[in-house]
Design a binder for this molecule. Structure first.
Ligand code: 6PG
Length: 242
């Protein structure tokens, strides 16, 4: 499903409504809400919105377990760290306790960090499938999502939940959830706004299928719902909004 809003001021509250409503449903039905956060800059305002009085009272945040869709391989206090951004904008304002945050440990070697994160995810889900309730994703100008970048080995991973990947064009080591991990989720939401994203949105949603070049095309929940939350600027090149 594609939902288009005039601008971020309309888009972000709509997504905050969606996240908190599904969070309440998850807690009601399963006793907890397994929420995977996106990195980058787009979600920062959403996280801040979730901590305002209008939203913080809508969900029992003590029942929320926070995961990361991906992490840059930098120290946790580095300006590029997705954990650092979430800590400042979400965890500290909401008083989230440490054992509810599944932080990717970037103090280890990349492969070890990936294996450790996967181990903690699997332990969290015990013997049941690692089925996150909601995975929040962004979209890069090159149509990457999480750290699933074009023409990288992680795109073809079919069994592991987490992998480390070196992104040559960014000269950046990353840790990322894999496609099968994301596609097991109950809800996957893309949060994409701004005119610079319009070409990538067009290619992913209406272009030829070419997942090696457009990794976001790989995101198709097996038994879940995919919703694109776009503003008009990011949706500007779409022929049809379904
Ligand atoms: C990351 C993100 C990445 C991000 C896109 C969009 O760690 O960078 O997980 O997938 O969502 O690159 O980033 P912006 O929101 O900054 O445009």
């Amino acid at each position: 499903m594609i939902r288009v809003f005039k601008d971020p001021d309309e888009l972000l509250p709509a997504l905050a409504d969606f996240v908190t409503a599904f969070g309440r449903e998850s807690v009601r039905e399963r006793g907890r809400f397994n929420f995977v956060l996106s990195g980058g800059s787009s979600p920062g305002k959403l996280y801040e919105l979730l901590t305002t009085p209008a939203y913080r009272s809508r969900l029992d945040w003590t029942k929320v377990c926070f995961f990361f869709g991906d992490e840059r391989f930098v120290p946790a206090n580095h300006p590029d760290s997705n954990f650092r951004m979430a800590k400042q904008k979400l965890f500290e304002p909401l008083g989230i306790v440490e054992n509810r945050i599944f932080q990717i440990d970037t103090s280890r070697e990349p492969e070890q960090a990936a294996a450790d994160y996967e181990g903690r995810i699997r332990k969290h889900f015990q013997d049941s499938p690692c089925r996150f309730d909601l995975v929040l994703l962004g979209l890069g100008d090159d149509a990457h999502t999480a750290s699933l970048f074009p023409h990288t080995p992680v795109l073809s991973e079919s069994s592991r939940q987490v992998m480390s990947v070196f992104v040559a064009k960014l000269k950046s080591q990353r840790i990322t959830l894999t496609v099968p991990s994301i596609n097991q989720a109950r809800q996957v939401c893309f949060l994409v706004y701004g005119k610079n994203k319009a070409p990538a949105v067009k290619k992913v949603l209406e272009g030829d299928r070419n997942p090696a070049e457009l990794p976001a095309q790989l995101i198709k929940p097996e038994d879940g719902t995919l919703t694109w939350f776009l503003d008009e600027a990011a949706a500007a090149e779409l022929k049809q909004v379904k």
